[in-house]
Structure formats: structure tokens, C-alpha cells
Design a protein around this ligand. Structure first.
Ligand code: TEU
Ligand code: CA
Length: 574
């Protein structure tokens, strides 16, 4: 039997290079900027860094549109800068994971250029081409080969005038989908991945990897009330050949590599049942997946930009299903934030001055005490908040800009559309990292590519390192606890108080150790009527977010536990 892989007790930190640290004053974060800030990451104690894409790219989708898989975008530096960063990361005992974006390339990738420029070349079939719908002339409204909408508004098909055929792009027009049916495409991807592994990287975060296999009939999808396009997801989410492709990739790339890697597949729309198949070690596909259920619970009837308040019971039900579904087979990844999600303290917590620190730390406690591999997104460890975007000109993200243009053109109220972008838009996660209280938060000496959050004057890394009660030190303690207490890594998971709309409570049991995690996710005092409150009377307090006297929980026997606003506790008994 294989020993437990190292990533089961690891914590991963995601860097969005464009917004992390700028070393040369051009307003864009870069690789040398990251190398210069490794002290911060060592102090936090994370094991792995995941870099969002740094490859050459027209930056239509901030690097998720790649025009050369084996290089570094000059905006981020050079391959030498990369090697230097990798060596520095390894010298500190950390690992580095690359973002792998192979559902699509940039339309400026030489492969696509050749596919468009020479329709007879073998490269044509590296992408997905279809003629107009029968009975329609190319370019006519409704002539698209299927009714699928793109993730970034509009149709998922773009006409190539010269040939009269359409190409598929699930994301922007500048992100044509690769045709994974073609074995040459798969071999090119495998070769490219081996090249990065030879360079020394420790694994891959695989962008929308469950979308690479499409139903080759490209059937129309269901059309929601008032929607301009159909939903093609039934025909490309975990499509017909997805497991075959991942098993092949595992065989050709991961299994052939001497070191144990970390592989995580980003998988919108994945179900627990599918995730169990993807992460079953016996099937040899990927180590873990990013699922999307819990970050969709506040999407309203009008979609993601029409958010509604989260019901805590929905969150608990969802995460508990994932804990149980991947308990015996497979493994979970755990995340609140990444570069596509609004800041969790603003979304599920309370980012006002009274509760920001405690709600950020309570949410962190809940996440990090689940079973799985936690991911921390840059700035989350500071409790960074959503940004006060005043007008549409303040946004940079293609998804937000396209949504605004389409919605307003279709007659939506501009202020209402802006409100949705402010709440859920991806740029909330992309404002520069707040290092200190100086101009531009110490991110750059130049003009930042997107506005710095004005709250950096009081919310920044320098201030938090100096304050033991800060969000930063709380994250550091949670990470340390995972490294030292096996019950955090291996313990079973049992939800308590499932009906409670304010308290998040669960236990983790491993051999003779039991942990109790209790969090009040509300701004009022709450009483936790735990079935076994007295049994925790003499329990040891491991990580708390209110200073309490003594090493043991203060609690009156026979009484429920009382939790103050946004209070969280991790207790241990043996
Ligand atoms: O995201 C895939 C994805 O499905 C969404 O989270 C996406 O961000 C969008 O908001 C859906 O409404 C991945 C990357 O993480 C994202 O940054 C890229 O834009 C996208 O793939 C395309 O590569
Ligand atoms: Ca720079």
C-alpha cells in the first residue's frame, strides 16, 4: 500500500502574478516581484505555491489565453527569472505548481494562426470547426452550429469569414477551444507538460479540465427564460471521453515522472459522484478537483451576477455532502477564494470595521478544519475585502466588461448591473496585494494596472505581521495546526447542529483524538446546544479568535456553550 501522498497534509497558496508584487515599476506584478516576497510565504508556513498563468499571452483573459506554452510573458519576466524563482521556492522547502490551460489556446497561438490561415493544414483540426446550421448562410443570425452561449456572454461560436466555418470558444473569442479528439493535440500537450516537469515544477492546476471532451454532435442546449443563448454544459461538462483523456495524461506525464506531483483539476459543474471517479487513486486521473457547488449557493435566479444572500444551512449541507462523498475514496480540495471569486470576508463574512477580523478568521477556521487540501488565495490571509469600484471604467475583467455591455444593450439598468459586478465580479480578487500603508500599498512604484483598494492604509501585511491577533497570524496558526495535528489531516468528519442558521459545528475524530470546531457565523451572541457540551468542559483550546484566559475552555457545566459575534474555536480532547 502506498504511503499517504505529501499533499494530504499540505496547504497551497495561490499567486495571481499580475497583482502580487511589481519589481520594475511598470504597474504589473512579475516573477522577480514574487521572488522578493517569499519571506511572507515562509512566515505563513504554506507548502506549495500555485502560479496563475505567466506564459506569453495577449492578456485578453489575464493570461488564461496562452500564445506560447513554453515561455514567459515579457510582462512577467524571462525563463531565467522563472528558474530563479523556482530555485528560491525549493530552497525554502516549498513546491511550485503551474497553471495548465489546455481547454483552449489564444487565437494568437501559432497553432490557431495556422489553422485559420491554412485551412488545409493539419493544424485546422486542432480546433473545433463546424459549418453553419443547415438552411442558414454563414453569418446570418441563428446560423451558429449550436445555440451554446459562452461563459463570457454571447455565442460560443465565432465565424471565420474566409472559410465560412465557425470555431468554438467556450470562453472569449480570443480563446478558441482545442480539439482533444485529435491525438496530435493530446501528444503536444503531454510533451509540453513533460518539458515543465523537466524544468523542475511540482505539479499542475488544470484549468477547466473537465470541459475538454465535447459531445461531437454539438446538440442545442436548454434555453432559460429570457436567455439569449442555450446552455451547452450538458454536452461538455465531464463529456464522453473525459476519463479516457485524463487517464492517458496520467500515464503519459504524471506516472512517468519520478517525483510524486500535485495535480488538481478545476471542474465547473462537477458532481460529487464524478469527483469520486476523478480522484480515486486506483483510477489514476487527478489527485483532487476544484468543485463549484459552494461558490454557486448565492447565485440568484438571474445567474451569478444576480446574487442572493447565502443560507448557512445550504453551505453546510453542500460541504458536508462533499466531505462524506469523498471520505472513503478520493480527496477534497478546500477553498473560499481564488482569482475568479469575490473576497470571502465580504461575501460570507462582514467586512465592516467591527467584524472584519473575526469574520475572516472564523471563516478560515471552518474551511481549514475540514478534511482535504486547503487553498489560500493571495490576500485572503490578510482578510482583504472586495473593492469599492465606482464605475464601469474601474473594472478590467473581460467577463465583467462583456456582461455589462450585453446586459445594458439588452435593456438592463446600468446601476443594477454594476451592483452585481461589485458583489460577485472577479476583479474583487484582482486588486493589488496590500503589502504596507505606503502609496499603492507597496505593490508598485508605478501606476498599478487596476486600482489599489484604499483600505490598504490600515489593512496590509506589514501591520498584520506585527499583530499577533491579526488575520495573518490566525491563518499561520491554522496551517501550523494542520502540520502538527494528524486529526486535521486524517480525522473523519461529522456535522453537528445541521439545522442551525448561524453556527457551524463539527467534529473530526482520528484514533484517540477528537476535535470540535465551533464557529458563530453571525454578528450576534449565540448559544450552541451541543449534544455533549459537558464532555468538552476540560478540552484544550487550539485556535481561537477571541483572547480567552487559560488553556482550557471556560464553560459552566450543564449550560450550552456561548459564542460571541463571529467567535470561532477549535477544541481537542483525547
Ligand atoms: O475559470 C473557469 C470558470 O468556469 C469560471 O470560474 C470562470 O471564471 C467564470 O467566472 C465563469 O462565470 C477558469 C479560470 O480560473 C478563469 O480565470 C478563466 O477565465 C477561465 O477558466 C478560462 O480559462
Ligand atoms: Ca512589473
Amino acid at each position: 500500500q502506498e504511503e499517504d501522498p505529501w499533499w494530504k497534509s499540505a496547504v497551497v497558496y495561490q499567486i495571481y502574478p499580475r497583482s502580487f508584487a511589481d519589481s520594475n515599476g511598470d504597474g504589473i506584478g512579475d516573477l522577480r516581484g514574487i521572488t522578493g516576497r517569499l519571506d511572507h510565504l515562509s512566515a505563513l508556513g504554506v507548502d506549495v505555491l500555485w502560479l496563475s498563468p505567466v506564459y506569453p499571452s495577449p492578456q485578453d483573459d489575464n493570461g488564461y489565453d496562452i500564445s506560447d506554452y513554453q515561455g514567459i510573458d515579457p510582462a512577467f519576466g524571462t525563463l531565467d527569472d522563472f528558474d530563479e524563482l523556482l530555485a528560491a521556492v525549493h530552497a525554502r522547502g516549498m513546491k511550485l505548481v503551474m497553471d495548465l490551460v489546455v481547454n483552449h489556446t489564444s487565437d494568437e497561438h501559432p497553432w490557431f494562426r495556422e489553422a485559420v490561415g491554412s485551412p488545409d493544414s493539419p493544424k485546422r483540426d486542432w480546433y473545433v470547426w463546424r459549418p453553419p446550421r443547415p438552411g442558414f448562410a454563414a453569418g446570418e443570425p441563428g446560423a451558429e452550429p449550436s445555440n451554446w452561449g459562452s461563459f463570457f456572454s454571447g455565442s460560443a461560436w465565432q465565424l471565420d469569414e474566409a472559410s465560412g466555418e465557425y470555431y468554438l470558444h467556450l470562453f472569449s473569442r480570443k480563446q478558441p477551444d482545442l480539439n482533444w479528439e485529435n491525438p496530435q493535440v493530446r501528444h503536444a500537450v503531454h510533451a509540453m507538460m513533460r518539458w515543465w516537469l523537466r524544468r523542475g515544477v511540482d505539479g499542475f492546476r488544470m484549468d477547466v479540465i473537465n470541459l475538454i471532451s465535447k459531445d461531437q454532435d454539438f446538440p442545442d442546449g436548454p434555453v432559460a427564460d429570457g436567455a439569449a443563448h442555450g446552455d451547452g454544459s450538458p454536452f461538455y461538462v465531464c463529456g464522453p471521453r473525459i476519463h479516457e483523456y485524463l487517464q492517458e495524461l496520467h500515464r503519459e506525464v504524471f506516472a512517468a515522472h519520478p517525483e510524486r506531483l500535485l495535480t488538481v483539476g478545476e471542474m465547473p459543474g462537477v458532481s460529487v459522484e464524478e469527483a469520486r471517479l476523478f480522484t480515486d487513486p486506483a483510477r489514476a486521473e487527478v489527485d483532487m478537483v476544484f468543485q463549484f457547488e459552494h461558490v454557486g449557493l448565492d447565485h440568484g435566479p438571474g445567474g451569478k451576477f444576480d446574487p442572493k444572500p447565502l443560507r448557512l444551512t445550504d453551505l453546510k449541507t453542500s460541504l458536508t455532502r462533499w466531505q462524506q462523498g469523498l471520505a472513503a475514496t478520493g480527496w477534497n480540495s478546500l477553498y473560499w477564494n481564488n482569482h475568479d471569486q469575490p473576497r470571502v470576508v465580504s461575501r460570507f463574512g462582514d467586512d465592516g470595521p467591527a467584524h472584519r477580523v473575526r469574520s475572516a478568521t472564523a471563516l478560515a477556521t471552518v474551511l481549514h478544519l475540514h478534511r482535504g487540501t486547503p487553498y489560500v488565495y493571495q490576500g485572503e490571509e490578510l482578510g482583504m475585502t472586495n473593492a469599492p469600484f465606482a464605475a464601469i471604467d474601474d473594472f478590467r475583467d473581460i467577463e465583467s466588461l462583456n456582461h455589462y455591455a450585453h446586459a445594458v444593450a439588452a435593456g438592463a439598468d446600468a446601476e443594477q448591473v454594476l451592483a452585481g459586478l461589485r458583489a460577485i465580479g472577479r476583479d474583487n480578487a484582482r486588486t493589488p496585494m496590500q503589502w504596507d500603508a505606503t502609496a499603492h500599498a507597496g505593490f508598485t512604484t508605478g501606476t498599478p494596472w487596476i486600482g489599489v483598494n484604499p483600505n490598504h492604509a490600515r489593512l496590509n501585511a506589514a501591520a498584520q505581521l506585527a499583530d499577533q491577533d491579526s488575520v495573518f497570524h490566525h491563518y499561520r496558526r491554522l496551517i501550523e495546526l494542520r502540520h502538527t495535528e494528524p486529526a486535521v489531516v486524517h480525522g473523519d468528519f461529522a456535522l453537528l447542529l445541521p439545522e442551525d442558521e448561524h453556527l457551524y459545528a463539527f467534529t473530526r475524530r482520528h484514533r484517540g483524538t477528537e476535535l470540535l470546531v465551533l464557529a458563530n457565523l453571525s454578528g450576534d451572541v449565540r448559544h450552541a446546544a451541543l449534544p455533549d457540551a459537558d464532555g468538552w468542559h476540560r478540552a484544550e483550546r487550539l485556535v481561537t479568535n477571541y483572547p480567552l484566559p487559560g488553556a482550557y475552555l471556560t464553560h459552566t457545566l450543564g449550560e450550552p456553550l456561548t459564542l460571541r459575534p463571529w467567535e470561532s474555536l477549535v477544541l481537542r480532547r483525547t
